[in-house]
Design a protein around this ligand. Structure first.
Ligand code: CAA
Length: 302
């Protein structure tokens, strides 16, 4: 199995730009093609990458030459992104688009049509079923049990990075029902090359990470709603009592309350278990447009 040296990244938001950063700097991929359909987002993603490379060089963690080289290996690509990735001969594409099943299914269908059959197709989704995404790569009229479908869907895998990607040490690897052992191993090697520790989860709602994290956050919001303790005391309890870097309410704001709600709904609907019912306060805050740090207001003001 040869290491992946050229990759494509779909989406230049926080996650996609972070993935491009670790692929270029840590995995030393010779080419990182960063695609976003929105030119403003693409420029913002590049600016973010440049800023963290400059900060690392400023702190003497890497040389200025390392920073310049890594940045030079990242190539922004616009609307012909998939065509460019095919021309470059990327070994893997990591999708980091918004968390919408139909959007991801359409991206994976396009990727599967536009790229060589050997290209690994990874999704950075934090909760959407990788099995459903993989099924979208099978062309219409091709039976899911056929050899062609097995090959096509077998190269799809979940590669779940954590925010902020340059800092967080983990990648959660998710195996869909269709994922081949070779795909899983290539994806694992890529994550290791990016400097990450790897855990593996089966394709269940929320995988391991969010099946544990989201009920914890949801329970903290229920505690606040019930008046058990104040916002500050809930966060302080977990920060100082359990050594968490952020309390659960601050972390919910950091992740995005809309994202937390979506993941909690995936857990609730995907399992049918009432223990995952989203907190009413979480629903109301999202209804109000108070989505956390990115929106200027959540449990805290920014
Ligand atoms: N990109 C790159 N680097 C970043 C960054 C970003 N977006 N945000 C912070 N950093 C860097 C800072 O520049 C700083 O680097 P230096 O050491 O070079 O100075 C370092 O991280 C520490 O930052 P700060 O000193 O500003 O603040 P801190 O010590 O409080 O750490 C934190 C910030 C790393 C975010 C820390 O609070 C933390 O670990 N919080 C928990 C984060 C977490 O749980 N993330 C997972 C969320 S869940 C998820 O992503 C997946 C999902 O499916 C929902």
């Amino acid at each position: 199995m040869s290491p992946i040296t050229k990759i494509g990244v779909i989406g230049a938001g926080q996650m996609g730009s972070g993935i491009a950063f670790v692929a270029a700097l840590r995995a030393k991929c010779s080419q990182v093609l960063l695609h976003d359909p929105n030119p403003t987002q693409l420029q913002a993603g590049l600016k973010h990458i440049k800023a963290i490379l400059d900060k690392d060089a400023g702190k003497g963690r890497i040389t200025t030459a390392d920073a310049e080289e890594a940045f030079g290996r990242i190539r922004p690509v616009g609307k012909d992104g998939i065509e460019e990735m095919d021309k470059a001969g990327v070994g893997m594409v990591v999708e980091a688009a918004p968390e919408k099943l139909e959007l991801k299914r359409s991206i994976f269908s396009e990727l599967s049509k536009g790229l060589a059959s050997s290209t690994i197709l990874a999704s950075n989704t934090s909760s959407i079923s990788i099995t459903k995404i993989a099924a979208a790569t099978i062309p219409a009229g091709v039976a899911a049990a056929s050899e062609e479908a097995k090959r096509t869907a077998g190269r799809v895998v979940g590669l779940h990075f954590f925010n902020p990607v340059p800092v967080m040490k983990l990648v959660e690897l998710i195996s869909a029902l269709q994922t081949t052992p070779e795909t899983l191993e290539s994806a694992r090697q890529f994550a290791i090359a990016c400097g990450k520790e790897v855990t593996t989860s089966q394709d269940v709602p929320g995988f391991v990470s969010n099946a544990l994290l989201m009920p914890f956050i949801n329970e903290a919001i229920m505690c606040l709603d019930a008046g058990t303790a104040t916002r500050d005391d809930i966060d302080k309890t977990l920060k100082l009592g359990m050594n968490h870097p952020m309390g659960p309410l601050q972390l919910a704001d950091f992740i995005g309350l809309d994202t937390c709600l979506n993941i909690q709904k995936v857990l609730y609907e995907g399992t049918g278990d009432s223990k995952y019912r989203p907190s009413i306060l979480l629903e109301r805050m999202v209804d109000a447009g108070w989505v956390g740090k990115k929106g200027g207001k959540g449990f805290y003001e920014y």
